[in-house]
Design a protein around this ligand. Structure first.
Ligand SMILES: [Zn+2]
Length: 309
């Protein structure tokens, strides 16, 4: 995939959870007969343990057949992979805690190849949404899956419900060659990342970026630029990576959100990012610990280093 607006992104490497090889096959999704015809012995079912992936000795996602799933479970149609229909079964329970409190999920994420990570992330978000949305938000009646699992319908009040994707802005803020990064109290020691926050109703992406930086660090930004997005399946955010600049340097910290926020030089960011990549440990302690390559904050920092070379 090319990124004509930002050639630096092409050198940044794939964005984790993006680039699924699955063809979403919308025409099959909306045609119950075509979908039923695909539900035979050839169909593949993504094997999950609750919401966690089952990973084989080859480090790949494991697939079974329709015979491997509970006949009572709801099935979602993920799409076509090499012409084969792919499904996943909705588990009894959705996610109960935040992503950072799921060590088994993180261990799995580190193992998977980029295409498998994208398949898993999309499937996880979708089945998790079904597990947590079995009842109508309008009237409280039980709802039923429709359109291959890309919708739920309420037979009582006729409401239609669609899988959620919640936009979150995540932003680099630059002042004369330095980046503003912050740390939340739950972060591992020494870890700093880009500031981030949900887009609120009635806001543009640019307005959300400006508001978050103002609320969390007391800085006014200008020239907000969109860089890249990442689907983030914990549970269903779309991370919207942005870059902005500020002429102000004095940070006023929102202590409810952040434990610390600081300016880091380009050399400090480059050193930390090279360590986060895992193969350039020079034994010298970095100024901070950068996010792992699975996070879009890492991709944004990598993009900025390419841009400011
Ligand atoms: Zn209803």
């Amino acid at each position: 995939m090319s990124h004509p607006a930002h050639p630096e992104l092409a050198r940044t490497g794939p964005i984790a959870f993006a680039g699924s090889p699955i063809d979403r096959a919308d025409l099959i999704r909306v045609d119950p007969e075509a979908l039923a015809a695909r539900m035979d012995w050839r169909a593949k079912v993504l094997l999950l343990d609750g919401l966690l992936p089952q990973i084989g000795e080859d480090g790949m996602l494991q697939w079974g057949t329709l015979a491997d799933v509970d006949p009572e479970a709801e099935l979602v149609f993920l799409g076509l992979l090499e012409e084969k229909a792919c499904f996943a079964a909705v588990p009894d329970d959705g996610a109960t805690g935040p992503a950072y409190a799921m060590p088994r999920a993180w261990a799995a994420i580190q193992q998977l190849s980029p295409p498998d990570l994208a398949i898993y992330g999309g499937a996880r978000s979708l089945v998790d949404w079904h597990a947590r949305h079995r009842f109508c938000a309008r009237c409280g009646s039980a709802t039923k899956p429709a359109k291959g699992g890309w919708q739920r319908n309420c037979d009582n009040c006729q409401a239609q419900h669609f899988p959620r994707t919640d936009p979150v802005t995540i932003m680099l803020v630059e002042n004369e060659g330095r980046l503003l990064l912050g740390r939340q109290p739950r972060f591992p020691p020494r870890s700093f990342s880009a500031l981030a926050g949900f887009v609120e109703p009635g806001e543009t992406i640019e307005e959300a970026v400006a508001r978050e930086v103002w609320e969390e660090a007391g800085l006014r930004v200008r020239d907000v630029e969109y860089i890249a997005t990442q689907p983030w399946p914990f549970p269903s955010q779309l991370m919207i990576g942005c870059y902005s600049q500020t002429d102000e340097t004095e940070i006023t910290l929102d202590v409810e959100e952040l434990e610390e926020a600081r300016w880091f030089t380009r050399d400090e960011v480059e050193h930390a990012v090279s360590h986060a990549r895992g193969y350039e440990d020079d034994g010298v302690e970095t100024a901070f610990t950068a996010p792992p390559p699975t996070a879009i904050a890492y991709s944004l920092m990598h993009w900025w280093l390419e841009k400011t070379k």
